[in-house]
Write a protein that binds this ligand. Structure first.
Ligand SMILES: *Cc1c(COP(=O)(O)O)cnc(C)c1O
Length: 297
């Protein structure tokens, strides 16, 4: 097994860099994002690293932990408005962006430059695995499908053969799985999973199309399993991750991967994308263990 660390910076950072390169050098661009999670954080830190300001508009339900992280990352402003992401996003588009002619909207997952950035992960994995002819399976978590679409693009670029991909979601944030079942893109009425970073109500059209390819398998785990993935991974690898990432990690435990893909053999090379996430603390993980420990052990 090969563990590869990643983050949202590959995708969102690539999008921000694209806008900077495409605009006149003197134009004082200002980036705006409405994600209170890792996408917002990646927007702020990528923009700051490239020397540009970024503002994040988030709902009033945003955790103090993430507000503090956004500010610490150097956000020009963190605006709290609206009861939900949709309301925060509307405020961003209709007020903030309208008032700033140099404002640029940064979506969390639905942009070709985000997929292009995320796809570079597969180039590095292909390099690192060149002696053993690459992976047989890649496991990743799916929110709106930006990471997944990037992985598919990167695999197509690096391999002539179809490398299997296991697309993981949690129950209550399973927009891709339900869309595949329905045979059309569906929109969830709400997110009911603790895996907030997978909480897109609807996946992108591109992610939905890619997921219909025959070598992609979509699977859903319970919140309890995603949480268990977090504490087991912390014990085994000493890395602290969110349940959004735990949803992929948990396939390593108690024979879950074999159950999902019975054709897999012990010779197959499996890459699990450790998407990580910032919205987690030891206290929160302890709470998850308290709540879910008995359901999974
Ligand atoms: C954003 C994110 C994902 C995947 O998001 P997509 O919207 O599918 O690109 C997975 N895990 C974590 C921790 C994330 O922050």
């Amino acid at each position: 097994m090969c563990v590869k660390l990643t983050g949202k910076h590959r995708g969102i950072g690539n999008l921000i860099r694209y806008y900077i390169q495409a605009s006149e050098p003197e134009r004082p661009l200002h980036f705006y994002c409405s994600s209170s999670g890792n996408a917002g954080l990646a927007c702020v830190s990528s923009a700051r690293q490239l020397g540009y300001p970024a503002t994040v508009v988030v709902g009033t339900n945003t955790k103090p932990l993430m507000l503090a992280k956004l500010k610490a990352a150097g956000a020009t402003r963190v605006v709290q408005v609206g009861a939900s992401w949709a309301e925060a996003d509307r405020h961003l588009r209709e007020i903030e962006l309208k008032n700033d002619p140099n404002g640029i909207y940064i979506p969390p997952f639905d942009h070709p430059k985000i997929w292009e950035g995320a796809s570079t992960m597969m180039d590095e994995i292909a390099d690192q695995m060149c002696d053993i002819d690459g992976p047989d399976l890649v496991v990743c978590s799916v929110g709106g499908g930006g990471l997944f679409a990037g992985i598919m693009q990167g695999l197509d670029r690096n391999y002539d053969r179809d490398v299997k991909v296991l697309a993981m979601e949690t129950k209550g944030a399973d927009a891709l799985n339900l869309s595949l079942e329905a045979g059309e893109l569906i929109t969830l009425p709400s997110i009911t999973s603790i895996a907030a970073s997978l909480g897109a109500l609807r996946v992108s059209e591109t992610a939905f199309q890619q997921a219909q390819r025959s070598h992609v398998v979509s699977a859903v785990v319970k919140d309890a399993e995603a949480a268990m993935g977090c504490w087991r991974f912390l014990e085994d690898e000493r890395l602290l991750i969110e349940p959004s990432c735990g949803a992929s990690i948990v396939v390593c435990y108690d024979g879950r991967l074999k159950k999902l893909l019975p054709e897999l053999t012990s010779d197959d090379k499996v890459v699990i994308v450790v998407c990580g996430g910032s919205s987690i603390t030891m206290d929160l993980l302890a709470e998850y263990k308290q709540t879910y420990g008995r359901c999974v052990e």
